[in-house]
Design a protein around this ligand. Structure first.
Ligand code: ZN
Length: 312
C-alpha cells in the first residue's frame, strides 16, 4: 500500500463564496463526512497546510493582481472578475491558504514524506496570471508548477478531468515545454469557459505537448473509456517527473451547472492509472487536487474514490 497524504484542515473551508453559492464553504464538510464513512482517516497521513507566501504567489501571479485582490479582500465588496467570483473579507488569505495547502502537499511528495497526496477544494484552474475567473482567485495548480520548475523539474504533467477546460493553466503554460498538459472537458461550445478545442495543442517550444479533448454534453463512462487511453499515451511519451491531477467532480452525472455524465469510477480510474504511470517512472509522484463539483454527494464520492485509488 502506498503512503498517501491528505489535507483535511478546516482552513480549506474558508475558501467559499457563502451559503447558497455553488462554491459554498460546505463542500469540505461533504468530503470529510464521506472520507470518515469510508474509514480513510486511519489509512492516510494528514498534511498540515500553510499559507503561501507573497513570493510564491508572485511566481505565477502578477504583483498588480495580488494588490487588487488584497484591496478587495480588505473591503469585502464587489467582484474579483466580471461577476462569477465575489470578493469577501479575507478572500486573499483564504485563497493563499488553498495555494499553501497545495504547496504543502507537493513538498510532502517531493521530500518523500508520502508517495502521493490529495487536497480537496484546491485545483483552482481558471485563475489567470493577472485575473480571477470562474470561482478561482489564485491558481494553486499554476503556483505548484512554477515551484516544481524552480526545484529543477523539466517535465511536469498536468491532467484535468474537471468538466470545465483548465484555461488558467493551459494559457499560462501554452508555450512552456516543461508542462505536459492533458484536459478532458465538456465541449466549450456548450460550457464555460468556451476554450479547449482539439486544435489547441501548444505553441512555440511546446507545440504538440498539450492535449485538449472536448467531450459532448451527456458523455458518460463509456465515452471516458474511449478517450482516456489517449491521455495515458500522451503522458507516457514525455515520461513526466511529477503528475498533477485536477479531478473536478463536476464532470459527474447530476452536477447542477454542467452536462457531463461520468461516474466516480472514471475519477478512480484516472487516479489509479496515473499512479501506475508514476510508479513505472520510478518516482511515484502524484498530487491530486479536488477541483470543481457542485453536487455535494458527487464530490464526496469522486474525491474519496481518488484517495482510495491513490492508496493502492
Ligand atoms: Zn469545473
Amino acid at each position: 500500500m502506498a503512503s498517501v497524504g491528505v489535507v483535511l484542515s478546516e482552513r480549506l473551508a474558508r475558501y467559499g463564496f457563502g451559503d447558497g453559492h455553488p462554491f459554498g464553504p460546505d463542500r469540505l464538510a461533504a468530503f470529510v463526512r464521506e472520507f470518515a464513512a469510508r474509514s480513510l482517516g486511519a489509512r492516510v497521513t494528514a498534511i498540515e497546510p500553510r499559507t503561501a507566501s507573497e513570493a510564491e504567489l508572485r511566481s505565477f501571479h502578477t504583483p498588480e493582481y495580488l494588490d487588487f485582490v488584497r484591496e478587495r479582500s480588505a473591503s469585502g465588496t464587489g467582484f474579483l472578475d466580471a461577476g462569477d467570483t465575489p470578493a469577501f473579507k479575507g478572500v486573499y488569505e483564504a485563497a493563499a491558504g488553498v495555494v499553501g495547502a497545495t504547496l504543502a502537499a507537493m513538498e510532502a511528495v517531493m521530500e518523500q514524506r508520502c508517495r502521493r497526496a490529495f487536497v480537496p477544494i484546491a485545483g483552482l484552474h481558471h485563475a489567470a496570471r493577472g485575473r480571477a475567473a470562474g470561482f478561482c482567485v489564485f491558481n494553486d495548480c499554476g503556483v505548484a508548477i512554477e515551484q516544481l520548475k524552480s526545484r529543477g523539474l523539466s517535465r511536469i504533467a498536468y491532467v484535468d478531468i474537471d468538466a470545465h477546460h483548465g484555461d488558467g493553466v493551459f494559457y499560462a503554460f501554452e508555450e512552456d515545454a516543461a508542462v505536459v498538459f492533458a484536459d478532458l472537458h465538456e465541449d466549450g461550445r456548450y460550457l464555460y469557459p468556451g476554450t479547449g478545442s482539439a486544435a489547441e495543442s501548444g505553441r512555440g517550444a511546446a507545440v504538440g505537448m498539450k492535449l485538449n479533448v472536448p467531450l459532448p454534453p451527456g458523455a458518460d463512462d463509456e465515452a471516458f473509456a474511449l478517450v482516456w487511453p489517449r491521455v495515458m499515451a500522451h503522458l507516457t511519451k514525455y515520461d513526466p517527473q511529477f503528475i498533477i491531477l485536477q479531478c473536478g467532480a463536476d464532470s459527474i452525472d447530476g452536477d447542477p451547472i454542467t452536462h457531463l455524465r461520468l461516474s466516480p469510477g472514471s475519477h478512480g480510474r484516472a487516479a489509479r492509472e496515473l499512479a501506475e504511470l508514476a510508479e513505472a517512472s520510478g518516482h511515484g509522484r502524484v498530487l491530486a487536487l479536488g477541483g470543481g463539483g457542485y453536487n455535494r454527494d458527487n464530490l464526496a464520492h469522486a474525491w474519496t474514490a481518488v484517495v482510495e485509488s491513490l492508496l493502492h
